[in-house]
Design a protein around this ligand. Structure first.
Ligand code: NAP
Length: 296
């Protein structure tokens, strides 16, 4: 029997690579293999997918690279997500919705296995909270797919602390994947990061650079944050991107930021943040700029 009581045993790499934008990178198979090799060389061993990325095409693009270079699989951890039903050419749903039924989760897991050319997924997340989720039934689905050796660990994404607790009581979850950045700080206050710290379950962090808004947006918040960050980045001798990752890494829940960059330099800037430790004044200077007011 697989051990379902020890979800903490999977250690994700400190920085994770996200494949949401893979279809935009226009990489042929050798270039995709090279991109994966570069990530691994930088110490990025965990790769974050979802069934729906690239209109259901991104997993297969990555899988083609793994088929071309199968030795890479043993050096990496594959994470994917399911539970969102997105209308698309091959998916004529009447509307976008969520589905955490046994049949849907099983079908999506088996599809991810096929597309990624792998026999086992290291971690599968329920992508968004399904208001119709039956936690007991979903836990049985998790257990069945783990017993079959198809999924090693389970987690969720974008769930409230109580939604996480509801499922975690039925089946041990490894992590919660949340949005957090210098432009989006909701997770600091909504209880999800407190819960991660309390349970000792390190969160994964999506859009750590605000999806690139940090560099391109001209709204008042983005301008304030860049202005506050520039002198701090200069003092630490790092780029704005590296400082943005360091701001996330400073949180005591010990988060794993997920870089969304398709460039080697973008991956390197994420990894460089592991060598930067901000003091509380630098961290709060960025918080103040993001909020537009001082601490109460
Ligand atoms: P991100 O790192 O915040 O944003 C990536 C974007 O920023 C890319 O377009 C990247 O372009 C750009 N960028 C990076 N460095 C830059 C620089 N110095 N100057 C200008 N642009 C720069 O992350 P994300 O892609 O939004 O999200 C990361 C991952 O999180 C996704 O791949 C996915 O795995 C996961 N995710 C999960 C959820 C969820 O609901 N669970 C939601 C969204 C995302 P380059 O390629 O040119 O570097």
């Amino acid at each position: 029997m697989p051990d379902r009581t020890a979800p903490g045993r999977l250690a994700l790499s400190p920085i994770v690579a996200g494949l949401w934008r893979l279809t935009e990178w226009n990489l042929d198979v050798p270039a995709r293999v090279r991109w994966i090799e570069q990530a691994l060389e930088l110490g990025i061993r965990t790769f974050d997918h979802a069934d729906i990325y690239g209109d259901y095409r991104a997993e297969a693009l990555f899988g083609e690279a793994l088929k071309a270079a199968p030795a890479l699989r043993q050096h990496m951890q594959l994470v994917t997500k399911c539970g969102i039903c997105l209308r698309s050419h091959d998916r004529p749903y009447r509307l976008n919705h969520y589905d955490t039924s046994a049949s849907h989760v099983r079908a999506q897991v088996e599809q991810s296995l096929r597309k990624l050319h792998t026999e086992r997924l290291d971690l599968v997340l329920i992508h968004r909270p399904d208001y119709l989720m039956d936690a007991g039934a979903l836990a049985q689905t998790f257990a069945a797919l783990s017993d079959e050796g198809k999924v090693a660990h389970w987690g969720v994404s974008n769930h409230s602390a109580s939604q996480f607790a509801l499922l975690h009581r039925q089946h041990p979850l490894l992590t919660q994947q949340l949005e957090l950045s210098v432009l989006q700080m909701g997770a600091l206050d909504d209880g999800t990061l407190d819960q991660a710290q309390q349970l000792g379950l390190r969160p994964m962090i999506w859009s750590p650079l605000g999806g690139g808004r940090l560099f391109r947006d001209d709204d008042a918040q983005a301008v304030r944050v860049r202005q506050a960050m520039q002198p701090i980045a200069a003092r630490h001798g790092v780029s704005l991107a590296t400082l943005a990752y360091a701001w996330i890494l400073r949180h005591p829940s010990r988060p794993h930021p997920i870089t969304g960059s398709g460039r080697r330099e973008g991956l390197r800037e994420a990894v460089a943040a592991l060598d930067v430790r901000l003091d509380a004044e630098d961290w709060y200077a960025i918080w103040v700029a993001s909020k537009g007011h001082g601490v109460p």
